[in-house]
Design a protein around this ligand. Structure first.
Ligand code: ADP
Length: 250
């Protein structure tokens, strides 16, 4: 689904991504691991259109998407989760879900004057969708809670929920398990697996928790020093001498 070819991203003279090539198979939950500073986040940001690459190519189902804006990629179904923005913390969980850009037609003057009924219908549809998402994630009890009051793990679930408000095809998750307690981590893991199996989402996730990676991801791609060092099942990765050396070297 995603093919990254010889990608470079330099910051001044520093090569954060230094000729990385990899593929993310459609329908997979692909893990991206590696020591701190390996270039994982930078790679994510380039794929998701947050940073332009210095050179190299990214394609999605054969289409060149190199350097496309997050907005254009969003419409292609490529999403990257972000932490809940500060200004959304005083809104409820349900309202946060409803803020996802997309089909609302409330923006134009024409709609303001003539489309009131349609806007009301769309609002109801968005509410229903948000409620369905909360039920899917088994957190419907948090519907009217202010997002700012959620725990770290609950916020991660909400980030995942936002990808469900649109027709995502591939979702990039950046450390969705970081600082999350075991119970919520299981809820997040289950949601990822169900989205993958039941809704056909492809995932690529940066994660440090090897147990979590091992439970969810196949294959696992290892990056070090801006390049792809190895790819395989979690067991293959753990037994790979180059990988062990890369981790020990940091
Ligand atoms: P990882 O996610 O694997 O820990 P990152 O992609 O965050 O790695 O960072 C790779 C390297 O690039 C790090 O050494 C980091 O300091 C550097 N880096 C990342 N972003 C910038 C930036 N905006 N300006 C300068 N250096 C950066």
């Amino acid at each position: 689904m995603i093919k990254v070819e010889n990608l470079h991203r330099h910051f001044g003279g520093f090569h954060a991504v230094d000729g990385a090539s990899l593929e993310i198979r459609e329908g997979s939950i692909t893990g991206l691991v590696g020591p701190n500073g390996a270039g994982k986040t930078t790679l994510f940001n380039v794929i998701a259109g947050v940073l332009p690459p210095t050179s190299g190519r990214v394609t999605m189902a054969g289409d060149d998407i190199t350097g496309m804006s997050p907005h254009e990629l969003f419409h292609k179904g490529l999403l990257r989760t972000f932490q809940i923005a500060h200004e959304f913390s005083s809104m409820t969980v349900r309202e946060n879900l409803m803020m996802v850009p997309g089909s609302q037609s409330g923006e134009t003057l024409w709609n303001t004057w003539f489309g009131r009924k349609r806007i009301a219908d769309e609002e109801r549809a968005l509410q229903a969708k948000a409620d369905e998402v909360l039920e899917f994630l088994t957190v419907d009890h948090l519907r009217d809670e202010k997002a700012g009051n959620l725990s770290g793990g609950q916020k991660k679930l909400l980030e995942l929920g936002r990808t469900m408000m649109v027709d995502a095809r591939i979702v990039f998750l950046d450390e969705v398990g970081a600082g999350v307690n075991r119970t919520l981590l299981n809820t997040i893991g289950d949601a990822i697996v169900r989205l993958n199996k039941e809704r056909g989402y492809t995932f690529c996730m940066i994660e440090h928790d090897m147990e979590f990676i091992g439970r969810l991801c196949d294959p696992v791609i290892v990056m070090a020093e801006g390049k792809v060092l190895a790819e395989g099942t979690i067991d293959e990765i753990k037994a790979n001498e180059q990988v062990i050396e890369a981790y020990l070297g940091t």
